[in-house]
Design a protein around this ligand. Structure first.
Ligand SMILES: [Zn+2]
Length: 588
């Protein structure tokens, strides 16, 4: 009952006519009753219009240019007097980065953000919330994608009538690009993040998926991963925003509502930690907070914009109240992160097998054979709410872990340019090393290198197995040293640990090292093998024992010849050797 009351109250406030509140700063969405959304020229115009209407509280900035030549716009909003990053930093003000349209078809964030900003500045909502923080608002991240405008770009979404497209003009899904940063738009975003160092980042989306009553999901990291004290902050922030939304009549979820088994509601849900290709899997590596907001695609656009606007106001309210304390936790986390050398670190996570049953507000549905697909089809009856009691697996644990290097990473000169450029974009510190013969290092030699058979985001991914082992190798001139003793130590590991889910190696950045490049002709290998057998009786007995005990080996001509080739000085000792090394000490 209480919930019903607050919901009706919120709806009544919501239905105030738009023109009562500054039509010049209203979006097409608002003026059309949330049936349409504007084109990108509206963003450019509104950015300027807000800055002109509120010159002491809003600045309109360009932070990049898209591949199709569009200006990437952000609004910097604060009533604290700090409208540039240096002043914000100097005064210790928390910075909130909120972005819409990373997937440009899911455009709720743009219209909700403009609405929330106007209401705050007019004092009709969250009055004074910008007095002690700086809000950097990117209405549309994927600006070229936004202008690939059409009516059916989101077939499983109710409104607006037309919207943008999921990927950039170059075909990148920006929410897979945080770590590798291939897209110029992402490179611009990382520069914006480096400049402002936001305490929290909020990424506004719309789900795909099934039909049910829940209208929004809120996921935060650090919560399962990263600095322990920051996890506590992350959980408090998530729970507070969920609490605010519930009090306003929403049915928020703390996990992404996609079924464990596609199209099968009975299979339930699982929580996890997204890998750092995603926004909310990225910020914990910087000891900052990231939130993924997903409104439910089947709610009408007006409802989704209202919920997104509520979320934005809740986020700002939480940072207004707790931001200075949370900033202190991030500063401490930065110091702690510089001391993880030698300590086991989780690189990838998954929900464990343990499940608990939850009540989920779904609709009545049927699963019947389909003449179209020849398989079971699901049909939801949106007129009949039904509580589903389904399993949720939310005991998230590490599935890939490795000890951090005690000293840091050594990137050989041959790879210094490309790796250095990426590290610089992420603000990971490194310096140049002097040459050193016979250095004590750790190397990673892959025992398995599994190339993906399909392309992902334009790259051929590579899964590696193996481990770091002590070895003595030369460090040539021009190598880079990436110290683990820095605040972004976890980010350095995410990029440079070969088994991390979004490392450079996993995205195919070192594929050459795992391709066999040199061969010994079979007839040469035959001669070499005969020579070796004649010279080394113990080798001969090892070979003969292998033939007896390993029938697969005995039947494999290439393996039998390789048995000798691998022991010969002609064998390529760099085959399957990951070029980046680790050292235990600070270099001289
Ligand atoms: Zn999305």
């Amino acid at each position: 009952m209480l919930r019903l009351f607050t919901f009706l109250f919120a709806s009544a406030v919501w239905s105030l006519p738009a023109h009562a509140a500054g039509p010049a700063l209203a979006t097409l969405a608002e003026r059309s009753g949330f049936t349409q959304t504007g084109r990108y020229d509206e963003v450019i115009a509104l950015c300027e219009a807000f800055a002109q209407a509120y010159p002491r509280s809003v600045r309109c900035i360009d932070f990049g240019t898209s591949p199709e030549g569009r200006a990437m716009k952000a609004l910097v909003a604060s009533t604290s007097g700090a409208l540039d990053a240096a002043t914000a930093r100097q005064r210790g003000l928390p910075v909130v980065l909120i972005q819409g349209g990373i997937h440009a078809g899911e455009i709720d964030g743009k219209d909700a953000g403009f609405l929330a900003l106007r209401e705050i500045l007019e004092g009709t909502a969250a009055k004074g919330v910008l007095d002690r923080l700086v809000w950097v608002f990117v209405p549309v991240f994927s600006v070229d994608g936004h202008e690939r405008f059409g009516a059916w770009n989101r077939p499983n979404q109710r409104g607006p009538e037309q919207m943008g497209w999921r990927t950039t003009a170059q075909g990148y899904n920006l929410n897979r690009d945080y770590l590798k940063a291939d897209a110029p738009e992402m490179q611009a975003m990382l520069a914006l993040i480096e400049e402002w160092d936001p305490l929290v980042e909020v990424d506004l989306h719309v789900t795909d998926g099934a039909k049910f009553e829940h209208d929004v999901s809120i996921q935060v990291e650090p919560l399962h991963a990263g600095d322990p004290a920051l996890r506590t902050v992350g959980r408090a922030w998530r729970d507070a925003v969920i609490g605010d939304l519930a009090a306003q009549g929403s049915l928020p979820l703390p996990f992404y509502p996609s079924f464990v088994v596609d199209d099968d509601p009975a299979s339930g849900f699982e929580d996890g930690v997204a890998p750092p290709r995603f926004s909310h899997g990225y910020f914990w590596l910087r000891n900052r907070l990231g939130m993924l907001v997903e409104t439910h695609s089947w709610k009408p656009y007006s409802t989704r914009v209202r919920i997104t606007r509520n979320t934005v106001l809740s986020v700002l309210g939480q940072v207004d109240r707790h931001g200075s304390q949370w900033l202190q936790v991030t500063r401490d986390a930065d110091r702690r992160a510089a001391r993880i050398g030698g300590v086991e670190q989780a690189l990838a996570f998954k929900a464990g097998e343990r499940k608990r049953m939850i009540d989920f507000r779904g609709y009545s549905y049927t699963r019947t054979p389909s003449a179209v697909s020849g398989a079971l089809m699901t049909h939801y009856d949106e007129t009949t709410p039904q509580v589903w009691t389904v399993p949720l697996r939310d005991e998230v644990r590490a599935v890939v872990s490795v000890s951090a290097p005690r000293g840091g990473y050594v990137v050989p000169a041959a790879h210094a340019a490309a790796v250095g450029e990426l590290l610089r974009r992420h603000g990971v510190a490194f310096n140049r090393l002097a040459a050193q013969a016979g250095a004590d290092v750790e190397t990673f030699r892959a025992t398995e290198a599994d190339f993906a058979s399909v392309s992902t985001e334009g790259r051929q991914r590579l899964a590696l197995k193996g481990q770091w082992k002590a070895e003595r190798r030369d460090i040539g001139a021009g190598a880079l040293f990436v110290p683990i003793a820095q605040p972004k130590s976890r980010l350095a590991m995410a990029i440079l640990e070969p088994q991390a889910p979004d490392s450079l190696a996993s995205w195919g950045g070192f594929n050459n090292a795992f391709e066999r490049k040199e061969y010994m002709e079979d007839y040469v290998a035959e001669e070499v093998a005969r020579d070796m057998l004649a010279r080394d009786p113990s080798l001969k007995s090892r070979f003969e024992r292998r033939l007896r005990e390993d029938p697969a080996f005995a039947a494999d001509k290439a393996a039998r010849l390789d048995f000798f080739y691998r022991l010969h000085s002609a064998w390529d000792e760099r085959y399957n050797l990951y070029p980046v090394m680790r050292i235990d000490h600070l270099p001289r």
